[in-house]
Design a binder for this molecule. Structure first.
Ligand code: GLN
Length: 508
């Protein structure tokens, strides 16, 4: 039995039946990480000893006839935005380079309680800001399908590690598309649940009204399995929904007959790569063949999604990231490097800079040294948009447009059960292609940010390949709490097609 080839569902069953031990399973994935991650850079930290010790404890418990959790022996990789008490949590930022959290994020706690084996922390764009993973302060992630291309972001390490068989399951976070877009570019399945479905206690905050955690795996069925462990109310997160956790895996069994899927003509307008368009249209046809009906719907305000998101997200980020001041957390600049000035004489963090006070110097230098360029850009954009005189013109207006975007979805979901379309306008782009053009990078999120703005769920899964052999992603979005339906529709599609089973050629 080769653990690398098994789905998460089958792996868990194999460990439970004793066909493979948790240690064998963990060793197989650790070996694969050793063989290929030097080329992919999906991991910032691999916890070899911890993972093997954990797996051995699970095997010992099984041998003694003790109870096994629902994910017993399943290797899981966790995005480095989630706190882990036994591993540094860096958010791929120099600011948190040496940060060891005092506690596990709730998602991590639940995974451990379910007997999953956490193998390491995955690379990402710094503070989850980016769409290519090139904003990591530590290493660029390479797309396993073509190492010269980006894996997407910001959960690019999580997507790449699943695509390259370094873990059967990874956890990501999605503020504007960071689970779905890298899932699309790496040819895997990623679910962004409805806002409030998965606890964010211990998730390092980017934009709190948009952030949500979700599973990334090879299939919808594997995502469903993980959701049963990570979803559900947590009194430690004030935005957590108090609803009962659905039996996501059992609900997969209902057929799709009569399912109404919406298609938005505007999704196929300018900017969509023709090969992606073809793959997406073929997926609609496959859904039709499976018993669904396709209906044209409109989301008239979705075209304002990018400007709305790129105001609200930076505004919230500027506030959330104010905590990194060098005093409480993370990087602190060496004292006494700057020239001090008379009070009121400005503070530019450049050579020869002057500061109002030693404290101002410490804040300023710590932040200048600790944050990378994109994070600084977001903080400045957000601070500007929130400042007196601009607040109403930018932030307050963006909130009103957000309402309209949400209302469009509510109206559309009166007519259809789900909305389908492309996840990303193109397949994986080359590393370096957009990294000097922030606007081009922001536009990669055009199909994904609206779900975050509306607070609803979305899933991306592979629906074909370009001629160059790069995966194409199909996105389904659903009304609030429609995750069982999103997973079921994607799972049905995956029972009828084999795109999700294709693996990149990445020899050991
Ligand atoms: N690419 C988007 C951004 O840079 C989304 C990021 C995310 O979802 N974390 O903001």
């Amino acid at each position: 039995m080769q653990p690398l080839d098994l789905s998460a569902v089958d792996l868990v069953a194999a460990v439970r039946q004793g066909d493979v031990s948790a240690v064998q399973c963990t060793e197989a994935f650790l070996k694969r990480i050793e063989q290929v991650d030097g080329r992919v850079n999906a991991f910032l930290k691999v916890d070899r000893e911890g993972a093997l010790a954990r797996a051995a404890a699970i095997d010992a418990r099984r041998k003694a006839g003790g109870p096994l959790g629902p994910l017993a022996g399943l290797p899981v990789a966790v995005k480095d935005v989630l706190c882990t008490a036994d591993m540094p949590t860096t958010c791929a930022s120099r600011m948190l380079e040496n940060f060891l959290p005092p506690y596990d994020a709730e998602v991590v706690r639940r995974l451990r309680a379910a007997d999953a084996v956490i193998v390491g922390k995955t690379n990402m764009d710094e503070f989850a800001m980016g769409g290519s993973n090139e904003n990591s302060a530590f290493a660029t992630v390479h797309n396993p399908w073509d190492l010269t291309r980006a894996p997407g972001g910001s959960s690019g390490g999580s997507a790449a590690c699943v695509a390259a068989d370094m873990a059967p399951v990874a956890i990501g976070s999605d503020t504007g598309g960071s689970i779905r877009q890298p899932a699309a570019l790496c040819g895997i399945t990623g679910l962004k649940p409805t806002y409030g479905t998965v606890s964010r206690r211990g998730l390092i905050a980017f934009a709190s009204s948009l952030d949500q955690i979700g599973p990334m795996a090879r299939s919808a069925a594997d995502c469903a399995l993980v959701m049963e462990t990570i979803a559900g109310h947590d009194a430690g997160d004030s935005t957590s929904l108090p609803h009962a956790v659905p039996r996501y895996t059992e609900l997969l069994e209902q057929p799709l007959t009569g399912l109404r899927i919406g298609r938005v003509a505007a999704h196929f307008a300018e900017g969509l790569d023709p090969e992606v368009a073809r793959g997406v249209e073929e997926a609609f046809a496959a859904f039709k063949a499976a018993g669904a009906t396709i209906h044209e719907v409109e989301l008239p305000h979705a075209k304002y999604g990018i400007p709305t998101y790129y105001l609200i997200a930076p505004c919230e980020a500027s506030s959330n990231l104010a905590r990194y001041d060098g005093a409480h957390y993370g990087h602190r600049a060496e004292p006494g490097k700057g020239h001090r000035a008379e009070p009121g004489k400005g503070h530019r963090a450049e050579p020869g800079t002057t500061f109002d006070s030693p404290l101002a110097e410490m804040y300023c230098r710590s932040r200048a040294e600790g944050f990378g360029p994109e994070v600084k850009r977001r903080i400045m954009l957000g601070t500007y948009a929130l400042s007196a005189g601009y607040y109403d013109a930018y932030y307050a207006k963006a909130l009103r447009v957000r309402r309209l975007i949400r209302q469009d979805y509510l109206d559309a979901f009166q007519q259809v059960d789900l909305i389908g379309g492309p996840t990303s306008a193109t397949a994986a782009f080359a590393l370096g292609e957009k990294s000097n053009d922030p606007l081009a990078m922001y536009l990669v999120d055009m199909y994904t940010v609206t779900a975050n703005l509306a607070g609803i769920g979305g899933i991306s899964f592979p629906c074909g390949f370009t001629k160059a052999g790069l995966p194409i992603g199909f996105q389904l979005q659903g009304p609030a709490l429609a995750e069982p339906l999103l997973l079921r529709a994607a799972d049905r599609y995956q029972r009828l097609t084999d795109w999700h089973l294709r693996r990149p050629k990445l020899p050991a």
